[in-house]
Design a protein around this ligand. Sequence first.
Ligand SMILES: CC(=O)N[C@@H](Cc1ccccc1Cl)C(=O)N1CCC[C@]12C=C[C@@H]1CC[C@@H](C(=O)N3CC[C@@H]4C=C[C@H]5CC[C@H](C(=O)O)N5C(=O)[C@H]43)N1C2=O
Length: 115
Amino acid sequence: GCIGISSICQVRATVMLYDDNNKRWVPAGSDSPSFSRVQIYHNPTANTFRVVGRKLQADQQVVINCPIIKGMKYNQATPNFHQWRDPKQVWGLNFGSKEDAALFANSMTGGPCIS
Ligand SMILES: CC(=O)N[C@@H](Cc1ccccc1Cl)C(=O)N1CCC[C@]12C=C[C@@H]1CC[C@@H](C(=O)N3CC[C@@H]4C=C[C@H]5CC[C@H](C(=O)O)N5C(=O)[C@H]43)N1C2=O
């Protein structure tokens, strides 16, 4: 059958970006920090992974669309705030619950990432 790209994990989190100039975290996307539905997509054919997040609000703005490089370090800074670096920026996820955080971390470290 067709082995398409599938979502392996879905959580609620506020997606943050680190503003290196001002040394502070800023919410990803245009408006104030608010929850997004964050999913990890797996492409089994290429064995690649991607994190995609869309605002839960009406506009469903895509606030993260980040390929996950194999072997990337996934840092669980706190039980509720996890982060990783991509070539251009540092992403942070402030999870809605510790259960969501653990679910996401398991998918990331069980998949492409090292912890
Ligand atoms: C060597 C390195 O890159 N280290 C990274 C973490 C990391 C380690 C290993 C792999 C990947 C990563 Cl991103 C690192 O320490 N970074 C990345 C940019 C910002 C930061 C560098 C310095 C600061 C020190 C405090 C920590 C931080 O930003 N934290 C810790 C967890 C805490 C949780 C939530 C966010 C939300 C608001 C709050 C704040 O900024 O006031 N905050 C923080 O203060 C977060 N910091 C960081 O996370």
